[in-house]
Ligand binder design. Structure first.
Ligand code: NDP
Ligand code: MG
Length: 392
């Protein structure tokens, strides 16, 4: 942690730490602004970006008066002083007054901004897990080379980070990520294959953006998270497991070499992991979520993953193990297939079919440079796109 951040945490700080928030208008973005509003003594938003939602971004800009505002999509009504185009993500992430960048963009579109912030030695509070799936080696190496901190916002990874506090890598036996199981946890395979958009958008425990909500229904999200955990914590794939936990109260487990297991728990609110990513390794007082009441929870239950009904989990983990460009292909094919499902041009079952085909055809592409990974990403999108066009 930089001395800058540390000074702010003791609460005596005159100048709060500047935060750039990418994807400010989304589910994580708006949760992050609620956290920042409660923590005005410690943190101040200095840059905000959105993709297309000009009206929501303008309202946030009016409320928080950041010195930089950026909108990716062309929009005639956007104020002239706003940054525009995809470059605005990198501009916001490089803002000189931002010691911390919260990356809450959805998809591989967040990658360049993550890298730009890390190259400048900033802390990246990372919700944008796709960044690590596309280019995990490069992103973690960039962080190391520039002494920058990559702190996960994802609730499972935040849980693991909290359980690992003060421990050494050789003391860790296994990471166990929990998964809610999504809306189709108990459905038979045939019914899942024909699930509608409305069915898939009904997540049982979390309110999130539409892309990650579909990923939670296919369990692709858990595959992305296994890959994310591999890179964030440097743990090999054969020591990362997944267990279904429908209540989403235990956010993950760490099993240690002596057989002891730690779990982190709390009500399902992303405001907790967002705040922790800002203050890690310290904790600060906050009253953003309802008090924890174990009795009101009722039971906590656990189940095996039904891999046969949810092939995306196995496909994604296999891509992670393959390495090279395979995780980038998995991610890009999934992004494209989910977009098609949301647009009504692909069935739910079609998502895993398309992603499986893309991995079969493109999974061995080289992935040793950023350029190679971006080419694989584009090829995978095109692969899924052209198949859908052939059949419609
Ligand atoms: P949302 O769809 O709700 O929000 C996405 C944000 O990114 C919006 O501000 C959107 O702008 C912006 N955006 C979308 N596409 C682009 C693009 N191509 N370039 C620049 N900005 C873009 O997503 P979530 O907040 O749910 O998720 C964000 C990230 O956090 C994802 O990686 C997700 O996996 C991860 N995450 C989310 C969790 C959650 O609870 N929501 C939990 C754990 C991880 P606009 O509003 O203008 O479209
Ligand atoms: Mg998660």
């Amino acid at each position: 942690m930089s001395h800058h951040t540390a000074r702010a945490l003791d609460g005596q700080e005159a100048t709060p730490v500047g935060v750039a928030l990418l994807g400010a208008t989304g589910s994580i973005g708006t949760s992050a602004l609620r956290v920042l509003s409660r923590q005005r003594d410690r943190f101040v938003p200095v840059a905000l970006t959105a993709n297309a939602n000009r009206a929501a971004l303008a309202a946030q800009a009016a409320q928080f008066s950041p010195s930089y505002v950026g909108l990716v999509q062309e929009c005639a009504e956007a104020p002239a002083e706003w940054g525009r185009g995809a470059d605005c993500l990198v501009e916001a992430a490089s803002h000189p007054d931002a010691a911390i960048v919260i990356n809450a963009v959805v998809g591989a579109a967040g990658l360049q901004a993550t890298l730009a912030a890390l190259r400048l030695g900033k802390r990246v509070a990372l919700a944008n897990k796709e960044t690590l799936v596309v280019a995990g080696e490069i992103v973690t190496r960039t962080a190391r080379e520039h002494g920058a901190e990559l702190v996960p916002v994802d609730s499972e990874h935040s849980a693991i980070l909290q359980c690992l506090a003060g421990r050494q890598p050789h003391e860790v036996k296994r990471l166990v990520l929990t998964a809610s199981g999504g809306p189709f946890r108990t459905w038979p395979a045939e019914r899942i294959a024909g699930a509608t958009r409305a069915d898939a958008l009904k997540h049982p425990t979390w309110q999130m953006g539409s892309k990650i909500t579909i990923d939670s229904a296919t369990l692709a999200n858990k595959a992305l998270e296994v890959i994310e955990a591999h890179y964030v914590f440097g743990v090999p794939y054969d020591r990362i497991d997944v267990v279904v936990h429908p209540q989403s109260i235990i956010h993950s487990f760490v099993e240690f070499v002596d057989g002891s297991v730690l779990a982190q728990m709390g009500v399902p609110s992303m405001e907790l992991p967002i705040l922790y990513a800002l203050t890690w390794p310290e904790r600060v007082p906050d009253n953003g979520v309802p008090a924890f009441d174990p009795v009101a929870l009722g039971g906590l239950t656990f189940e095996h993953v039904r891999h046969e009904q949810f092939p995306m989990l196995g496909l994604g983990i296999a891509a992670g193990r393959t390495g090279g460009a395979a995780p980038a292909v998995f991610n890009a094919a999934n992004e494209e297939a989910v977009a098609q499902f949301l647009a009504g041009t692909l069935s739910f079952g079609g998502i895993a079919e398309r992603v499986g085909q893309a991995l079969q055809d493109l999974g061995r592409l080289p992935g040793d440079t950023l350029e190679a990974l971006l080419l694989a990403d584009a090829a995978a999108r095109h692969h899924v796109q052209s198949r859908i066009m052939q059949e419609s």
